[in-house]
Ligand binder design. Sequence first.
Ligand SMILES: Cc1ncc(C[n+]2csc(CCOP(=O)(O)OP(=O)(O)O)c2C)c(N)n1
Length: 377
Amino acid sequence: MATSTPAKRTAAKKNTDNTSTVETIASPDPELASKLTPEVLAAIDVKDTYANPPAELSDRDPELLKKLYHGVIRGRAFEDRMHSMYRSGDLLGSYYSGNWHEAIGAGIMAAMRDDDWFAPLHRDVTAHLMRGMPPEQIMASFMGKAIGPTGGRDGTLHYGRLDLRTYNPPSHIPANFPVATGFAFASKYRGEDTVTVAICGDGSTSRADFHEAVNLAAAQDLPIVFVVQNNQWAYSTPLPLQTHSATFAIKAVAYGIHGIKVDGTDAVAVYDAMAEAIERARSGGGATIVEAVTMRMHGHAEHDPADYVPREMLEEWSKKDPVELLEKRLIDAKVITEDEAKQTREDARKWAIEARKIAIAAPMPDPSNIEDGIYAE
Ligand SMILES: Cc1ncc(C[n+]2csc(CCOP(=O)(O)OP(=O)(O)O)c2C)c(N)n1
């Protein structure tokens, strides 16, 4: 049963001395939240499946479940490798971990078509990998190597590939949102049935570009899904200081679109929410905000010790490891055996180690092509 919902029961308030106090609250505004009964939410087309028990897997397509499983296992193996690469000095700068976000990436990617458009941000490595980005290319990006998607021009996370219909995450966030709305506008204008999926974090929803992008997409009935990864923190800013909305999904009401709040540690639940939202967008039903709830278990990036995050919060969320939860459910449902699970983890570990070797051996960029791709006269 997913009745234990840590985010609903505790949150942190930042004090002036940069420490945090844990408060037991139901949401940023408990009084408002208590009025949001299932009937009210249904009437305004906002679904809240966050506290639902995990779905039965017996009648599910085993291939889909295995796809989700391999996605989260590889995502975790990659994240683990990147943490150790940061510590051993392989990377030029820091690393923005997508640890505990793997189920969101896998659920999104399993629901998307290859020809759909994707506009991710900094914690979406699992999705990049499932979309076909080789792991050594992502590692190479963080090392400024020539085999990185930018040819070494970027030394961190701004890697995309238009041949994979994946837009480069911008530095100023969520500047990917207006661009994603442009993708969706183009799909509609050209009469194509492709859908765009854009991702941002809870903190990014406070920015003007979030509002402008969602509002335009809504007003134009564009085929797009906006995913808000609610991981409780935006650098050191906790949720209660970010918004007074009861949820992020409910912001959809103000734009006149659909909203779904889902457990972001449950890959199957994320898949279900995304499949529903993508199908609606593809068939002309307009945009959706999908709020996927998880926790940022590392610092904002690996250089950040995150002393402002209360221990109790980390302890509670450590019980909701998206990889372990999915693995256990698949073993219990006999979709995979324990031996297969062990082997899959080991294969993924070796795959990530091999990728590191390739990235380490790759050359730095050739300085003579520094002006390639610059379009000024
Ligand atoms: C416009 C802008 N302001 C500030 C930053 C610095 N910055 C990068 S990530 C981040 C926190 C973002 O929080 P959230 O949107 O919740 O995403 P998360 O990192 O938690 O996944 C900040 C403040 C930035 N990149 N762009």
